[in-house]
Design a protein around this ligand. Structure first.
Ligand code: SAM
Length: 280
């Protein structure tokens, strides 16, 4: 079993390396896929004029920019992300009332009891020691502050993330299988675990709302297949495979996705938690 320090180092290397580069390269498509879910999170966060907010794992900063619009010039938003290339992209927003910092949200020294809101769109599932991370985040909130984030539910409830991989797997080199509690995109699928993490970190009044949507994966199967090596677990699996094996894997993905092609593109079910909690 890997130590928390090893897991944290792996995440930092991934998001500063292939993960960050892949996210950037695929970002317009990703935004099309998750934009609506992000809007649900932002509307639940209900940032108000003059508030101070943090956007955890802010990536390219689109949600930070949305929060900055909501808090106005009397408020301020801090976007924090462990990935240098993603923060470099976020800084191009050039916002007067937001700043961006490269840092590990689990250990970053935030101004204590200063923030009204901590928000995240899919940026809180990558902590090696989530209780310690959320304790650190909670310290940044005022006693009446609130936490609002979006996280994927279980892999079983997210065929958009599992169906292509399962089809391709027989043709690709075996991949390390993350443990159910290892950091990763589906690490917060188990509601009971997230309740434990947030409760142990001191959060109160936890509220979980399931959000179910058909996730857009591309306009056509060919487009999804062509982009399969750009980001995520498939990109990692493709990286170590022979060209002939990759061809077979691409064909298998095309076959499994064909029934999901509709007039509005290729879509598969996706499932998230909208999580809300109070700092005290
Ligand atoms: C799935 S992406 C989401 C990005 C962004 N929130 C969005 O929705 O576009 C996850 C983000 O979390 C960041 N991240 C991962 N671990 C982190 C940590 N310990 N501290 C801060 N950011 C982290 C990654 O670099 C990445 O930008």
């Amino acid at each position: 079993m890997k130590s928390a320090a090893e897991l944290a180092a792996e995440q930092a290397a991934y998001w500063n390396g292939p993960g960050g580069q892949g996210w950037l390269a695929a970002y317009q498509r990703i935004q099309r896929a998750i934009g609506e879910i992000g809007e649900i999170g932002l509307s639940a966060a209900a940032a108000q004029t003059g508030e101070h907010a943090i956007d955890i794992g802010c990536g390219t900063g689109d949600t930070t920019a949305a929060l900055a619009r909501a808090v106005g010039l009397t408020g301020h938003v801090l976007g924090v992300d462990i990935s240098e290339p993603l923060i470099a992209a976020a800084r191009t927003h050039r916002l007067d009332n937001a700043s961006f910092v490269v840092g590990d949200a689990a250990t970053h020294t935030f101004q204590s009891a200063h923030y009204d809101l901590v928000f995240s769109r899919f940026g809180v599932m990558f902590f090696a020691d989530p209780v310690a991370a959320f304790r650190n985040i909670r310290r940044a909130l005022k006693p009446q502050g609130r936490l609002v984030f979006i996280a994927w539910r279980t892999p079983q409830e997210n065929p958009w993330g599992t169906v292509p991989m399962r089809a391709a797997q027989p043709f690709l080199p075996p991949q390390p299988r993350p443990g159910p509690e290892d950091p990763g995109q589906f690490a917060f699928g188990d509601r009971a675990r997230v309740e434990r993490i947030l409760g142990d970190a001191g959060f109160r009044a936890l509220r979980f709302e399931p959000i179910d949507r058909q996730i857009w994966m591309g306009d056509s199967v060919a487009e999804v297949v062509a982009g399969a090596d750009r980001f995520g677990p498939l990109a990692r699996a493709f990286a170590g495979a022979e060209p002939a094996a990759i061809e077979k894997a691409r064909q298998a993905i095309a076959d499994v996705l064909a029934p999901h092609q509709g007039a509005d593109g290729v879509r598969l079910p996706g499932a998230c938690w909208l999580v809300r909690a109070n700092a005290s």
